[in-house]
Design a protein around this ligand. Structure first.
Ligand code: FE2
Length: 350
């Protein structure tokens, strides 16, 4: 299957309109050598059709010598923008940045957002962008659950596989991802549809058991056996199980940085068009597999950096791990039960 260039422009026009782009707006398209040229071109054309002032910021190739793999989340922190203040100012001058390069998890992204500039990340292939083209309802659904997350003081996760995890909330903001960037300083990712925050420092505690079929990113693997993570005072202290636990242990140890074991964002998937099965249908280099992060009713947690909300952990290793069949509680309120979204405010809009 393939999306035509014309359709791709139309999709961008739709998403830029949702992102409040019009003739009063300036749009910067951020690209590097690996950006999808069709995506860059479609973003430019759509912005022009909406009569916005549009320009490209192109940055040179960047390589971290310790990085392994081609996934865009396999190395976090430093990017081609690091230390390039002139380019950063050019991006801050825009009302909206379409990021086809990936600034996520860099301190520069947070600095740009603080100026009020909005950022929309778009790095998945056109066919994935099409399948999860955002709608206004996506925002309504995520925002409804965000109201619950914003007032919650704890998040707890339990599962039949053995997870029993607890974290206090409130130190860091609740972050909504619904697929378009419509408010000043808002970062979003097309495609997406989930909600998360970060545990208060040193409060994440307990056990998370990855069951058969749970997803590890950036490995892009479905777990074939259980992996148990023991967590104390915000950090993973033990990883045990069989081969897959050993692989995860070795991978994280490779970075030689105690910060990689910190629990980073925690939340749950709210995108009905994202599929748990999708990852099995794509090659590893096809994209970053947002289906796995956003599928409806997952519990998504991660490890490593928290610089995108002003935290101090700038570390290159970031695991996103999506668990199925969990119960997720905000204080005493169940928002996900055995992998089904049950918070009434959220399940209204599906
Ligand atoms: Fe993540």
């Amino acid at each position: 299957m393939a999306v035509s260039d014309g359709e791709l422009v139309q999709m961008f026009e739709h998403v830029l309109k949702l992102s409040r782009v019009d003739e009063t707006q300036s749009v910067a398209v951020l690209k590097s050598h690996y950006s999808n040229v069709r995506t860059v071109k479609a973003a430019m054309e759509a912005a022009q059709r909406l009569k916005a002032k549009v320009y490209i910021v192109e940055l040179p190739s960047f390589n971290a010598t310790t990085a392994m793999g081609n996934d865009m989340t396999a190395f976090c922190g430093d990017t081609a923008l690091t230390g390039n203040l002139a380019a950063q100012r050019a991006l801050e001058a825009a009302d909206l940045i379409v990021d086809t390069m990936m600034l996520l998890h860099s301190p520069e992204q947070e600095q740009i957002l603080k100026t009020g500039t909005r950022i929309l990340l778009a790095v998945e292939p056109p066919e994935v962008l099409a399948r999860m083209l955002p709608t206004a309802e996506d925002k309504v659904r995520v925002a409804a659950s965000a109201k619950l997350l914003e007032k919650a003081r704890t998040m707890s996760v339990r599962s039949k596989a053995g997870s029993d995890f607890h974290a206090q909330l409130g130190q860091y903001p609740a972050v909504q991802e619904y697929g378009f960037a419509d408010e000043p300083g808002h970062w979003d990712h097309w495609p997406s549809g989930f909600l998360f925050s970060w545990p208060n420092e040193e409060t994440a505690q307990g056990t998370l058991v990855l069951d058969v079929g749970d997803i590890l990113l950036p490995f892009k693997t479905y777990s074939r056996e259980q992996i148990t993570l023991e967590i104390e005072k915000g950090f993973i202290t033990k990883i045990h199980g069989g081969f897959e636990a050993e692989y995860l242990r070795e991978y994280m140890a490779y970075f030689k940085d105690p910060e990689v074991y910190g629990i980073s964002h925690i939340g749950w998937g709210l995108q009905p068009r994202a599929q748990w099965t999708a990852m099995g249908l794509y090659d590893k280099n096809d994209g970053m597999c947002m289906d796995a992060r956003a599928f409806y009713g997952n519990f998504l947690f991660s490890t490593g950096p928290n610089t995108e909300v002003g935290g101090k952990r700038k570390t290159p290793c970031h695991m996103d791990i999506a668990l199925r069949n969990c119960d997720v509680y905000l204080d005493d309120l169940a928002v996900v039960s055995a992998g089904n979204v049950v918070a009434p405010e959220a399940s209204l809009v599906r």
